[in-house]
Design a protein around this ligand. Structure first.
Ligand code: HEM
Length: 418
């Protein structure tokens, strides 16, 4: 049940228009104050048109609490919805009922099947493609001299890799890009201008992506290739394969989880290098040595996924806070990644930070990011290519940030290579 405590200065984490568009250092200061004074605060939920307002949520701001909730998936469940504060209406489940929103045993079964797409062998097979795509992106950048970092650099690599993995033809890349923007940018008026239309826009985007995947799945059943879609609809491992609906919702999850996250990590990385020339020099001086820690630091600092939600299966106490079965808990990765109990000088960007026990890819539970290795590889290759060939690349204006409490996104940011 919600506590009665309120402070005049207490931020409202559900105020998407104000809190989540405020400057990043204000956001960090607000979370720091919460973490110190009230580390597991309770908030009313944001209002969404046509959805009944839910009972509110507990917000986790400390890394230890977040890790405990992530690991304890029997108590902190994902079935009622991990990616939204509000419970999903039943009609959404067809498109958005993917494994991220399930619990065992269903989650374990789905994860076992789709993990075939992420074996070390399959990832090694993508290495050449990741390098070739990064090279092409920087070729174009060298020709142009200046561009929008998001559309010309950060969005292109993950889009190409996710689509290639699944066998989506190049003619559909724009469509995939636009629909995934709607799915993750629905709370930003630029993507869905009329807030009353958010649910319809989400359903339409899900439906269109599902249609693309069902067509592709049917085709691959008859004409298998070496892509992941063929493996998921044909290969019978332990007698298991995905149904057409499961394939469609997995594709939507991949498109969203694999694109926007890596895209925003790369965009924030460019912004951080612009703001911290001394860190750029450290990285440039030892590309091989520093790239692995720099990639982790960008993910920590940016925390492209701001939160995931869990729902209490039974009464529990977390961080000293008693909670009741049915309560919602938001795991604020963004805040935990700045917990001074684990990160020295947490607001600093330090490309050699070590240790760096960040939870940007999740807190080590069963839902830990399936694409973490791939994301790290994409980021490492992209930044190596940029720092080797256009080492002075920098933002020439502030980024336009996404209005969202779920994704720490950059919509556009002009950069120049000189
Ligand atoms: C910097 C890039 C990325 C970040 C920050 C990120 C972050 C996350 C986070 C926070 C979770 C939830 C973890 C949890 O609930 O414990 C997650 C889950 C997931 N991610 Fe990522 N991710 C990234 C890239 C990718 C990529 C490239 C892919 C695939 C192509 C991917 C696929 C997934 C999938 C399928 C899940 C759901 C796993 C499950 O429910 O079992 N992610 N990711």
């Amino acid at each position: 049940m919600p506590p009665s405590t309120t402070w005049a200065t207490r931020p409202d984490l559900s105020d998407i228009e104000r809190f989540w568009t405020a400057p990043i250092d204000e956001r960090a200061a607000a979370f720091a104050a919460l973490r110190e004074r009230e580390p597991v605060p309770f908030f009313a939920e944001p209002e969404f048109a046509y959805l009944p307002q839910g009972p509110g949520y507990w917000a986790l701001t400390r890394l230890d609490d977040l890790v405990e909730a992530s690991r304890n998936a029997k108590v902190f469940t994902s079935g009622p919805g991990a990616t939204n504060v509000a419970d999903m209406p039943p009609e959404f489940l067809e498109f958005y009922g993917s494994m991220i929103n399930t619990d065992d045993p269903r989650h374990a079964r789905l994860r076992r099947i789709v993990s075939r797409g992420f074996t070390p062998k399959r990832l090694a097979g993508l290495t050449d493609e990741v390098q070739a795509t990064a090279t092409r992106i920087v070729d174009d950048l060298v020709d142009a001299g200046e561009c929008d970092a998001v559309s010309a650099i950060s969005a292109r690599l993950p889009l190409k890799i996710v689509c290639d993995m699944m066998g989506v033809p190049e003619s559909q890349y724009d469509f995939v890009f636009r629909t995934s923007n709607v799915i993750l940018g629905a709370s930003d008026p630029e993507y869905v201008p009329d807030a009353d239309n958010i649910l319809v826009a989400l359903l339409n985007a899900g439906n269109e992506l599902a249609e693309l995947m069902r067509d592709l799945g049917r085709h691959r059943e008859r004409h298998p290739t070496d892509d992941v879609t063929s493996a998921l609809v044909n290969a019978e491992i332990d007698g298991e394969r995905l149904t057409p609906d499961e394939l469609a919702s997995f594709f939507i999850l991949l498109v969203v989880a694999g694109n926007e996250t890596t895209r925003n990590a790369v965009s924030w990385g460019l912004k951080l290098l612009t703001d911290h020339p001394e860190q750029r020099r450290v990285w440039l001086d030892d590309l091989d040595g520093v790239t692995p820690t720099a990639v982790e630091e960008i993910v920590r600092w940016a925390s492209p996924v701001i939160f995931m939600r869990r729902t209490l299966a039974v009464d529990a106490v977390l961080g000293g806070q008693p909670m009741t079965a049915g309560d919602k808990v938001l795991l604020f990765y963004w805040a935990a990644n700045r917990d001074p109990a684990h990160f020295r000088d947490p607001d600093a960007f330090d490309v050699r930070r070590s240790p760096n026990p960040h939870v940007g890819f999740g807190g080590a539970g069963p839902h830990f990011c399936l694409g973490a290795h791939l994301a790290r590889r994409e980021m490492a290759v992209m930044f190596r290519e940029l720092l080797t060939r256009v080492p002075d690349i920098h933002a020439t204006a502030e980024p336009r940030r996404l209005q969202s409490m779920f994704i720490n996104g950059i919509k556009s940011m002009p950069v120049s290579i000189r």
